[in-house]
Design a binder for this molecule. Structure first.
Ligand SMILES: NC(=O)c1ccc[n+]([C@@H]2O[C@H](COP(=O)([O-])OP(=O)(O)OC[C@H]3O[C@@H](n4cnc5c(N)ncnc54)[C@H](OP(=O)(O)O)[C@@H]3O)[C@@H](O)[C@H]2O)c1
Length: 338
């Protein structure tokens, strides 16, 4: 126990990291002791304290073809969202110093005691931001992929009547919604949904969110009016909003898109992140407006947005954590503590 604690806290002794020696499901995830990576020119090394999971983590590492699309080769790490403290700064880095609290993205290598990232990177694959006062590390570790994706998806809804910019979007100028909108969000209680619902509410929109019946209280607590997904969704939404809905986000599959179309929402005001549907804009976190992540962090620091963390696990329980995430019924986020 003592030996493990020492190796965990001495950077030069390396640290723990989740590794896969073959692509596959949770059973392929192993915790190894690995040498400490060093921060090269333009890079910082972060002592990770928390790593948030996303579906992308296990999708990317499930098979060789998918991994190759993301440039991943074996042996490969796991997880992308992290938060922690900088403990080494490479040559030429400005704006970051040892001891700074940070969060960001490190593509498929974040569930580890030490990660190295490009200090000037600007995608979830490789990025670092200062963690504002008032945002704890577990929360900071949930922001990068889900926060960016929610911001990109909302922005993709564009500017329909009464929407977004200038009409009450307040500190979220990129949002494509406003006080005259009623938006249907499918999969509203999941990792991306918790951000999308609250950002839409901050923009002034009325939000109807789909979930299982058991998620109704969770959805209410985020500011959404819950409606159960499944057969009859269109009728249930019509009953809740007889005056109609003006926009829709599908964060799960295709059902919310179909319901929105049946309810007369034009394709330009529908967005999906989890399927390709001809005619419907698809959003990707990589396309979020510059600064979207900082805006979300600032909203959290100001107490205007919160991230429900459904469960936390120590790194040794990475398989159990991933199984929970992959079951696709998490309310909010799953975080690994390091
Ligand atoms: N394009 C991108 O850049 C991007 C980025 C991030 C994620 N994604 C994709 O977007 C999707 C959502 O990501 P996430 O992190 O939010 O996932 P998640 O956290 O796993 O989503 C879980 C949520 O899905 C809900 N759900 C389960 N079955 C549903 C159904 N039949 N209809 C509607 N909702 C259902 C669950 O609600 P209940 O618990 O109430 O059942 C739960 O709240 C994933 O497919 C992910 O791969 C894409």
């Amino acid at each position: 126990m003592q030996a493990q604690a020492e190796s965990r806290h001495s950077s030069e002794g390396g640290g723990r990291a989740v590794r896969l020696r073959s692509f596959g499901g949770p059973e392929a995830l192993e915790v190894h002791q690995v040498p400490a990576p060093g921060a090269g020119p333009g890079q910082v090394r972060v002592r990770v304290t928390a790593a948030g999971l996303n579906p992308m983590d296990w999708v990317m590492t499930a098979d060789a073809d998918t991994a190759a699309r993301f440039g991943l080769t074996l042996p490969v790490g796991f997880g992308t969202d992290y938060a922690g403290v900088i403990d080494q700064v490479g040559e030429g880095v400005t704006g970051f110093a040892p001891g700074d609290r940070v969060f960001g993205g490190a593509l498929s290598r974040a569930v580890a005691d030490l990660v190295v990232v490009d200090a000037r990177g600007d995608t979830a694959a490789d990025e670092v931001h200062h963690t504002p006062e008032g945002v704890d590390d577990r929360t900071a570790a949930t922001l990068t992929i889900a926060g960016r994706t929610a911001a990109a998806a909302l922005a993709a809804l564009g500017s329909g009547s009464g929407s977004g910019s200038g009409s009450g979007a307040q500190s979220n100028p990129g949002l494509g919604l406003g006080p005259d909108d009623t938006v249907l969000i499918g999969g509203a209680g999941g990792g991306v949904g918790v951000f999308a619902v609250q950002l839409a509410r901050i923009a002034g929109a009325r939000v109807i969110g789909t979930g299982s019946a058991a998620s109704a209280d969770h959805l209410h607590s985020l500011g959404a009016e819950p409606v159960t997904y499944g057969d009859g969704l269109t009728d249930r939404v019509r009953a809740l909003a007889p005056e109609g809905i003006t926009a829709a986000l599908d964060l799960h599959g295709v059902d919310t898109v179909h319901a929105a179309r049946e309810l007369g929402v034009p394709d330009a005001r529908i967005c999906t992140i989890a399927a390709q549907i001809e005619g419907v804009p698809a959003a990707n976190g990589a396309n979020a407006a510059p600064g979207a992540l900082e805006e979300i962090a600032a909203l959290i620091a100001a107490g205007r947005l919160r991230v429900p963390v459904a469960a936390t696990f120590p790194i040794d329980e990475i398989r159990r954590a991933t199984e929970l995430q992959a079951a696709r019924h998490v309310r909010g986020k799953v975080v690994i503590d390091l």
